[in-house]
Design a protein. Sequence first.
Length: 244
Amino acid sequence: MNYMGGKSLIAKLILPIILKDREEGQWYVEPFVGGGNVIKLVGGNRVGYDANPYTIQALKLIRDFPQCLPRNNGEFTEADYHRVKNDKACFLHGYVGFSMSFGAKFWGGWSRNKSSNDYVLWAYTHSQKQSLLLQGCQLAMKDYKTLEFKNSRCIIYCDPPYEGTTAYKVGIDHKEFWQWCRDKVSQGHKVFISEYKAPDDFVCVWEKVQITRLANNSATNSEHVEKLFVHESQYKGEAVLLRE
C-alpha cells in the first residue's frame, strides 16, 4: 500500500540484515506496520501492529477483500475521493485516504500529475499483488507500548514516526520509544530500528541516501539518509554499509 514514510524502496535491502539469523518458527513482529511494504516480503510467523485504525483497516481490506477495491479512475473519480473522505464509516476510508492521496499523505489531496496517470489503477494493481503476499499475516490495531510478546526471542522491526519530522499528525515520545527498544533487547528479542538518528548506545548497521520530492508537480527534491540501527549489545561487528 502506498504509505508516507513507507519502506517499499529499501525493504529488499534491509531484510537480509534483519532476517540473517532468523530461526525456524521464530516470530517476526512490526509494531509500526504502516503500509505493510516490509512485512509482505517476510514469510513464516509474522504479525503487524499499528496504532492508526485506518492503516489496519486498509491492510485488512487489501489482504481479505482485494476484489472490492476500485479498479480505475473511470469507476472511482475525484468526486468519489471527497465523498469517501467525508464518510469515516466507509470501508474504503483508510485505503482511499492513503493510496489515492498525493505522496500517500493521509487525505492529502487527490493524486494527479501532468501526465494524467491513473493512480486508482496503480493502487489496484499493486494491492492485488500485495494481497497475495499478506495471506497468513496477522494484523491488529495496537499501540507499540501495549504489546505483549508471548514468544521469547522475536525479531522486532520498528519503523516509527521519525524524530524531528512533521509527516505524522500523531507522533511518539522518542525518549520513551528508545527505552522500550532497550527493554525488548534485554528481554532477549532482536530489535532493528529505521530512523535518521539514534541515541549513542545504538549502532548504524546500514544506510542509504534517499531522494524525496517536496510537493506535487515540484521540481524541488530533498535528500536524506535512511539508516538501520541495532542496540550496541546486539552489534556483532559486521561492516557498516555506507551510501549504497
